[in-house]
Design a protein around this ligand. Structure first.
Ligand code: ZN
Length: 278
């Protein structure tokens, strides 16, 4: 069986404030588009296709767009952690990183209710520190989705790796399940246009459909029990032709036998039990 996880990083304005250091009206408006135009289109499509997805939500987004954030949860989707204001943890001290995680959970609880309990985390920069895994385990999280040591098979994240110019010496496995991501399966590099050469984006959605479909076909044919994870952003995938691309891709995947869509929390629970031999 192949599991498909549709994941959406609901970065909204936080991406522009933090990652791109842009708080002038036009970049901010790109974040607003995500919250007010892209997100409703994504949610409508998920409802039509009867799919539950995982949304990674910075605390800044939840505080800025509380009704949109609550709507995601009310429609049965998972809400997981994605930084305080979409900052990278890299370079933070252990205490700073712990503080931001705790403040993020508290701010999400202000919007989602005191019983909100995150199951997962995705680093806004898709990078972690030597403390991240331990801090996530301490807070009861089941999974992370930021690393790339496999393509379609979740694995246990490690603590205590040693990496230097002499050698790479892996540390010990943690209880945290890593559900890997890939730039090839992220809408950001394909479509984002910035005034920087790294993001020249604006690709034809038909080309991206072919890229994603051939990745899925390989997973479904060659990786038994594989987990096919797409990373998308409402402010990017939410434009009309791109939503159509996602609709077509979902249709193609749903036509195949042995394909199930579920949230990352569901995948993490299942994989954790499998790896424990239960
Ligand atoms: Zn993000």
């Amino acid at each position: 069986m192949t599991t498909v996880c549709l994941t959406f990083d609901f970065d909204a304005v936080a991406l522009w404030v933090s990652t791109f250091k842009s708080t002038s009206p036009t970049p901010v408006s790109r974040g607003e588009f995500g919250a007010n135009v892209g997100l409703p289109r994504v949610l409508k499509l998920l409802t039509e296709k009867k799919i539950k997805a995982s949304f990674f939500v910075p605390a800044h987004t939840a505080a800025s767009f509380p009704s949109q954030t609550r709507r995601i949860a009310e429609e049965g989707h998972e809400i997981a952690l994605h930084g305080y204001c979409h900052e990278t943890p890299v370079g933070l001290s252990r205490d700073q990183e712990a503080d931001l995680l705790d403040r993020s959970i508290a701010k999400l609880r202000n919007v989602l209710g005191t019983d909100y309990t995150p199951k997962g985390y995705r680093s806004p920069s898709w990078d972690l520190t030597e403390n991240s895994v331990e801090l996530l385990v301490e807070r009861g999280l089941l999974y992370d989705s930021s690393m790339m040591a496999d393509d379609f098979r979740p694995y246990r994240a490690r603590m205590g790796d040693r990496v230097d110019e002499e050698a790479f010496r892996p540390g010990t496995s943690s209880p945290l399940i890593e559900i890997p991501v890939a730039w090839e399966l992220d809408d950001f590099p394909y479509f984002t246009f910035l005034n920087k050469p790294l993001y020249s984006g604006l690709r034809n959605p038909d080309d991206v459909f072919q890229c994603w479909k051939s990745e899925f076909d390989y997973c479904h044919a060659h990786v038994p029990g594989g987990v096919f994870t797409l990373t998308m952003h409402p402010q990017i995938i939410g434009r009309g032709p791109r939503i159509r691309l996602l609709e077509r891709l979902i249709g193609q995947m749903q036509k195949q036998t042995g394909v199930a869509f579920c949230t990352m929390a569901e995948v993490a629970q299942r994989v954790s039990a499998q790896l424990d031999g239960k």
